[in-house]
Design a protein around this ligand. Structure first.
Ligand SMILES: Nc1ncnc2c1ncn2[C@@H]1O[C@H](COP(=O)(O)OP(=O)(O)O)[C@@H](O)[C@H]1O
Ligand SMILES: [Mg+2]
Length: 457
C-alpha cells in the first residue's frame, strides 16, 4: 500500500525467548510482539520486581539505525514521565540481546478491544482524552510520537476506572528546531531512512505519506484516525483516495465532539495545532454537553415540583458563560461561527497614522463581549502600563506581542502571526484557524492592530 517498505513494519518475526534468562532478568512469558521486538513479562532475580522487557529481534542487532532508535526509545521513555505513558527503567545489552525494561501493564491494547467491535462515543472520548494527556507530555518536550494507533494504546483497569496509556516510542522524533528548549538527554538522534514511511497504515497523516517527517500535527491526525476507528470499528480510508473529513462527518456523535474530531482530520493548516489544543477542545465540548444536559434535567423536573413558572423562566435563560462558549473546536466550526458571534471581524484602525502603534486608549482595553474560550487572554489581566493618551487622558500601553504570546498552544511551539489592519490575521502563512486562531482573533478584535506587522512567537 505504501511507497516503500518500512524497516519497522516488516512482517513480525516470531522469536519467543520465554523461559530464558538475560542477566538478572528472567523472561516469564511473552505478552506481545511487533516488527522490531518481543515483549515479555519478566522477573528481576535480584529484587523480585516484575517488568515488561522489550527484547530487540536478533535480526536487527547489526543494524545501527535500528539499535540507535531502540536506545532513543528507551531514553525518551525514561525521561518523559506521565501517568498516560509507560515508564522505562532500564536499557542495555544482556545475554546477547538489546533490551528495554519498563512497567508491565496488565491490560489489553485498544486493538484487542476493537476486535470485538466499535466502542461508544463516551468510552472512546475518555480513551482519546487519556492518550492526548500523554501526548501533551511528549509534545511539551518537543517529541512527536509518529506511530499512534490502537496497537500502541494499552487499556488497564485502575480501581474500576479505565485508563489508557500511549506507548511504543520506537518511531518517535524530536522536532529539530525545538530540541534546545527541552533539555532531553539523548544520544545522536537516529536519522529517518529517506523514502521510508514510519508508522501504521490508516493512521498516518496525508502529509507524511507525501514525505514530510512528521510533527505535532501529524500526531493530531493519527489521534483523530484512532478516535474514528474506535467509534466505527473501521479503519479510516487512505487519505490519498478519500477525504477523511467527509467520511468522519457521517458519524453519529454529539456535534460538538464531531467538530473536534473533524478538526483533527483536517488538512494540515486547518488542523488542531497540537495535542494541547485538541485536548482543550474536547474538554470544552464535554463541559458544554454536560451543561446542556443539566439544564434539560432541571427543565424536565421543574413542572413536577409545581414550578411551572420557574421552568418557563429557566428555559428562557441564556446559557452560563462557560456553556454559552462554543466548544473550542475544529477550524471548521470556528469558521461557521465567525459569521455569527464567536469571532467578530477585526475592526479597521481608527487612526492608522496616530500615536505609537501599540498604544490604545483605556476604553479599548475592555475584554470582548462574548464569553472567552479556554485560551482566550481576555480572562487574564492584560499587560499594561500607564502612559498619556492623545487627549492628555491617562492611557495604557498595551503590549500586543505579550498578549498574543498567551495564545501559544504550548511552550515549544513556534508561530508567526501576520497582521494587517482590517484584515484577518495569518498564522504561519495561513488563515487563523482552530483554537489558536480563535485566541489570536479574540486578541485582535479587542485590540485592533494599528499597522501591518509580523510577530514571531
Ligand atoms: N509495557 C507493556 N506491558 C504490557 N504489554 C506490553 C507492554 N509494551 C508492549 N506490550 C505488548 O507488546 C506489543 C508490542 O509492543 P510494541 O512496543 O508496540 O512493539 P513494536 O515496537 O515492535 O511495535 C504491544 O502491542 C502490547 O501488546
Ligand atoms: Mg508497536
Amino acid at each position: 500500500m505504501f511507497a516503500e517498505p518500512d524497516l519497522f513494519t516488516l512482517p513480525a518475526l516470531d522469536h519467543d525467548f520465554s523461559g530464558e534468562t538475560l542477566g538478572r532478568y528472567h523472561l516469564d512469558r511473552r505478552v506481545g510482539h511487533g516488527g522490531v521486538a518481543s515483549i515479555y513479562a519478566t522477573t528481576c532475580k535480584n529484587t523480585g520486581a516484575i517488568f515488561a522487557l522489550k527484547v530487540l529481534h536478533p535480526e536487527h542487532d547489526g543494524n545501527p539505525i535500528a539499535v540507535q532508535r531502540f536506545r532513543q526509545e528507551a531514553q525518551l521513555g525514561a525521561q518523559i514521565r506521565h501517568p498516560n505513558l509507560i515508564p522505562v527503567y532500564d536499557q542495555g545489552w544482556l545475554g546477547g540481546h538489546h533490551f528495554i525494561a519498563m512497567e508491565l501493564v496488565e491490560g489489553k491494547t485498544l486493538a484487542d478491544v476493537l476486535a470485538n467491535g466499535p466502542i461508544g462515543w463516551e468510552r472512546s472520548t475518555a480513551i482519546v482524552c487519556d492518550l492526548l494527556a500523554g501526548l501533551v507530555a511528549l509534545h511539551e518536550r518537543a517529541v512527536a510520537h509518529r506511530d499512534i494507533s490502537p496497537n500502541n494504546c494499552m487499556l488497564e483497569d485502575i480501581g474500576g476506572r479505565e485508563r489508557a496509556r500511549l506507548f511504543d516510542l520506537s518511531h518517535a522524533r524530536v522536532v529539530p528546531d525545538m530540541r534546545e528548549a527541552d533539555g532531553l538527554v539523548l544520544g545522536l538522534p537516529p536519522e529517518s531512512v529517506p523514502m521510508v514511511i514510519y508508522g501504521t497504515p490508516h493512521f498516518i497523516a496525508p502529509e507524511r505519506l507525501r514525505g514530510s517527517p512528521g510533527d505535532f500535527r501529524t500526531d493530531v491526525f493519527s489521534m483523530g484516525a484512532l478516535w474514528f476507528t474506535a467509534l466505527t470499528g473501521e479503519a479510516l480510508p487512505d487519505p490519498r483516495n478519500a477525504d477523511p473529513v467527509g467520511v468522519a462527518q457521517r458519524l453519529k456523535i454529539p456535534p460538538a465532539l464531531s467538530a473536534v474530531l473533524l478538526g483533527a482530520l483536517e488538512i494540515r493548516p486547518r488542523r488542531h495545532h497540537s495535542a494541547t489544543s485538541m485536548l482543550g477542545a474536547i474538554e470544552q465540548a464535554l463541559k458544554d454537553l454536560r451543561g446542556r444536559r443539566r439544564r434539560r434535567r432541571l427543565w424536565a423536573f421543574a413542572p413536577l415540583l409545581g414550578l411551572l413558572p420557574f421552568s418557563i423562566w429557566l428555559a428562557h435563560q441564556p446559557a452560563p458563560a462557560d456553556e454559552a462558549c462554543l466548544p473550542a473546536a475544529s477550524p471548521e466550526s470556528v469558521e461557521h461561527a465567525t459569521a455569527a458571534s464567536v469571532v467578530s471581524p477585526v475592526k479597521p484602525a481608527s487612526d492608522p497614522q496616530g500615536a505609537a502603534p501599540a498604544v490604545v486608549p483605556v476604553a479599548d482595553l475592555e475584554p470582548p463581549a462574548r464569553a472567552a474560550g479556554p485560551l482566550a487572554p481576555a480572562q487574564e489581566p492584560l499587560p499594561a502600563s500607564t502612559t498619556r493618551g492623545p487627549a492628555g487622558l491617562p492611557a495604557q500601553r498595551f503590549d500586543l506581542r505579550r498578549t498574543l504570546a498567551k495564545c501559544k498552544p504550548h511552550r515549544t511551539a513556534r508561530i508567526e502571526i501576520t497582521i494587517r489592519p482590517g484584515e484577518r490575521a495569518l498564522i504561519d502563512g495561513d488563515r487563523a484557524a482552530g483554537e489558536l486562531g480563535r485566541c489570536v482573533e479574540d486578541v485582535l478584535t479587542a485590540h485592533p492592530p494599528q499597522q501591518a506587522e509580523m510577530i514571531k512567537l
